[in-house]
Every structure is written in C-alpha cells, then in structure tokens.
Design a protein around this ligand. Sequence first.
Ligand code: SF4
Length: 458
Amino acid sequence: MRHALITFGNEESYGLLFVGGELLEHHQLIRYFDGEDNDVIENILKWTPDFIMFSPMTTFYNYAIAISNAIKNHIPNVVSVFGGHHAMSVPDIVQLDAIDIVVVGPVRGSIEKILNGSVGVIKTTLTEPSDLSIPARHEYYRDIPRMAYRYRKFVLSIFGCPWNCAYCSSSCRHMRELFGVDAHSRYYLNRRPISAVIAELETIMQYDTKEIEWVDDDVFVGNEDWMIEFLLEYKYKVNLPMYVSSTSVSILHASDKLLNAMKGIISAVGLGVQAGRPESLKLFNRQWDNESKMKAAYDRLTSFGFSVNLQFIIGLPVKDPIEDAIDTIKCVQRIGAGSVCSCYPLMIYPTTELERYCIDSKIELNDMCNGDTNSGITGIKFDYVTNKRLKNICKLATLFVKYNVDEHWIRAMLDIDFNNVTSKKLSEARYKDCVVDRLKLDGESIFSKVISETKLRY
Ligand code: SF4
C-alpha cells in the first residue's frame, strides 16, 4: 500500500517521522510531501496514494482538511488518517468528509487496524517509551530535501509533561483523562532508551546539522542520572550545540552536577515565563511560578554560563490585555534584560481549560489565530486597536527586552504602522538575534543561509 505523509511548516514534522517508521516496519511504501509546496496537491495526486496521513498542529489543521478534500475529490477511495495532539483533542472531526480515521494515542498499535480496513476513531493503548519505531528520517530527507539541510533538527527523549498549563493541549490533565494516571506516567513521563536517542542522532549527523533542539517540554523532568549519562555519550558521539526548554521550578531543583554536565553542550535554555502578573499566571494554571523563582532560575542558568531565551505569551482574556502585556514585558526585563526573548500571541487550543474558561465566560474566540508569533494574532477576538497593539508588541518584544527599552518608549510604539518591508525586516532581525544568541560565532553565517532558503512568515 502507498502512504502519503503530508507535512507542514518550516520545522521538522517529528510525529510523522515516527508514523513513517511504523509504516516501514509494516513493509509499506511511504512518501513525504511538503505542504509548503505550491503544487503539493498535484504532487500527491501524481503518486496515487492509498492512504493520506496528517499530523497537523492546530495552526495547519484547516489547511490539512483542504488538502484532504482536494485529494479525495480526485481519488475517492483514498483513506485519510489524522493523528497528533489536535486530532486527539477533537476526535469528533472524524465526522468530516475529509477524515476517515482519527488516531487517539501513539501510532503504535494503529497501523494493523488501519491496514485491516478499520475506520472511525482508533484509540491505541500506551506501551513503553522504549517501544517506538525508528523515525523514518532518511525517507523524510529524501522526499523533502530542504529539511535535510535545515540547520536545526528535533530530538525528543520524553513524550509528556508533568505540568498542567491551562492553554496547553498536551497538558498532563488532558493526557491523564485520556489514558489514566498510571499509563500516562509510564509512557509520557519516562525517557526513551539512551541507545535509541543516540542512534537517532547518529542518523541526523549524516545530514548537514548545526544544532539540535531538544523538544522535551522540560529538560529537567525525569531521571537526572539518565540525563548525565546521555550527555556524556552525546558529547562523545554528537557534540552539536543543543537548545532545551525548562521551567523555573525545574531549573531550581536541578543539581549542580547536571548543570555542570550540560556545560559546553547546551548552548541556550528556553525559560518559560509566560506571564508577569500573579493573576495571569493563575489563569494559565501556573500559580506555582512567580517572578522571584523565575529570576532565581535565570540567575542560576547564567551563572553556569548558559544563554537564556525568555518565553512569554500576550493577548490574554483579561480586561486590559495591553496593560497585561506591558506588565509581562517589564517582568521579563527585570528577570533578564539583555537576553533574547520569544513573545507569542495566545492560542486557544481545543479542549483546553482555557478554551473552557473562555466559553464559560462568554469570551469570543478568534478563528483567524494561527499561533504564529509573526502574525501576532491571538485566539481571543479583540477589537482592531487591541489587535494591532498586540501585534506590534509581538514584533518588538525582542527589542524591548534585549535593549531594556523604557516603558514610555514601549507605549510610544504601540500604534506604529509597519509597511511590508519593515515588517519582514523586523521578523528577520528577531530571528537573527535568536540564532546568533544560541550559536554564537557560527550564528551569523547560519542565519544568512537559513534566511536565504526559508519562506519566513511575517
Ligand atoms: S510546561 Fe509546556 S508542555 Fe507542559 S503543560 Fe505547560 S505549556 Fe504544556
């Protein structure tokens, strides 16, 4: 059988790599297609697949549906399969003509059923983190060469997250509801075998790679001994700069031994600030965090020599979203002015606590939101002026934090109008700061190459 796996965006479609690996284990023919190609539908039709497989983030969900419909118009018997966090959150999408199967859970255990003709919702059971296919990277890079030469590749050692942020579709609350507490802990909060992660990295090393993004939600969750042993092997066999993410609480709990082991390997740590005001943190279900913990975590990381990327969200469903955003910027400045930051417009994912809160509070949601920081469009339907100000804050947040811009200058720039050229250049400038901060001397040349090859959204 022929399986077309359709990917989206400028980052690696990590979930679909495991799907590809699983299909190869079942001796299926696979081919990846790049959803960013203008002629993606023609390309898929020419290949005449039996199955079309999608694992779109919420951002790309509507586009995935459009592609599926277009393929089904020409190949009526094609079977379309949707998986991943978005599909898992809203399995009722299986009622749509565009979707024949929704897989709820990991791909392991679903392929046999799909090949046997099952349709509808297929719920898989959680096995072990060691029970995974080998991601089909060679096939992915063969079919989408721009990803083979992407400077940054993804690797993940642990699939879940112990936190329960109200806006997050992969929060532990949702996953525990789906699979039960024990199975969630066993599968989602344990690490994969070191040998499997290193083997994956050795495959990646065969392609031009300058940086590894460790896409675990919180690098310090899980067994520290595992991490220390892994880092020793990583240093010996891979030795590429690595970008990781964490939370203040985990950073403060991590041992000096682990932080020392990370030195010279981890180039930068993303620290999730998310909001400045205590009541906004509470809205996010992150009341366990506060500015003093974030500041202590930031100081600890920098004392070990790590660059820190401060990450936060604006456009909250509060009565004064612009004031809330400015308060968050000022909080981030107090934590680590001079550092690079990433500012995201709030996205409301289906079935999250925050979506429930908005519905209960009769807060109107915005269908136009795609979660992209460059669009600056949030998941809440604000008025025109608020939208514009939030977009401007997203555009300028890196400048505000890196150069510790005073509040009256921030306010002076809220209503600025950018033409297309300026808007694009600001997105490039922000991206460049992130790349150079992580990759230091190599960052400039890597950024120039990336920017010449990537359709940067702005
Ligand atoms: S820490 Fe990140 S992955 Fe974990 S629940 Fe919060 S937003 Fe989701």
